[in-house]
Design a protein around this ligand. Structure first.
Ligand SMILES: [Zn+2]
Length: 186
């Protein structure tokens, strides 16, 4: 059993770390006509039965998912599995973003505005539309800042926050460094 995400079927996304040897080779074994890469879990190769254990520790762990996603390999040490798992969690954040109430709200907002535009509201009362949207713009900005504070409270890097914002690590830091690290939930 690999890493699972509640509510997502394991045949779609199940994460694990595969071991990579110092020469870059990922040990694999054949069974039933297909090859599988050897996982490395809890300090052990997942080799069993007729499968040979490579006999050495891996040099790296490579996070992987049954959907085909691969992360970046991490140097093997006692924290490597947790680091690999952290990458997979971020992959699942991307995959499951549409489960979020916040994502549904954003989608509903965009589609409501499209309706307003199609029904002629923009043409009939452009200034009123600008004012309405200006209020929303500042509200969205403060919601993003709150989420950035929550990300800092979870000690997520500026690199990851920048990626989520669609800007560089440096831009994210410059823009939000004054934001305190606080959980959004009081
Ligand atoms: Zn996946």
């Amino acid at each position: 059993m690999g890493w699972l995400y509640e509510g997502v079927p394991d045949e779609e996304h199940e994460g694990h770390a595969v071991g990579v040897l110092a020469n870059g080779v990922i040990p694999a074994y054949g069974s039933g006509g297909r090859w599988s890469e050897l996982e490395f879990r809890d300090g052990w190769w997942s080799a069993g039965g007729s499968v040979d254990d490579p006999g050495v520790e891996p040099a790296w762990l490579l996070p992987a998912c049954v959907c085909g996603w691969r992360g970046e390999r991490v140097g093997y040490d006692p924290q490597a599995e947790a680091a690999a798992r952290g990458q997979w969690d971020i992959h699942m954040d991307d995959v499951t973003v549409y489960f979020l109430a916040a994502a549904k709200a954003a989608e509903g907002f965009v589609s409501a505005l499209q309706t307003a535009r199609e029904e002629g509201e923009y043409d009939a009362r452009p200034l009123a539309v600008i004012k309405a949207l200006r209020v929303t713009q500042s509200r969205v900005g403060s919601e993003i800042a709150t989420a950035v504070g929550a990300a800092r409270a979870r000690e997520l890097s500026w690199e990851l926050i920048g990626e989520a914002l669609g800007v560089t690590r440096q831009t994210a830091h410059e823009r939000y460094r004054e934001i305190e690290a606080v959980a959004a939930q009081e």
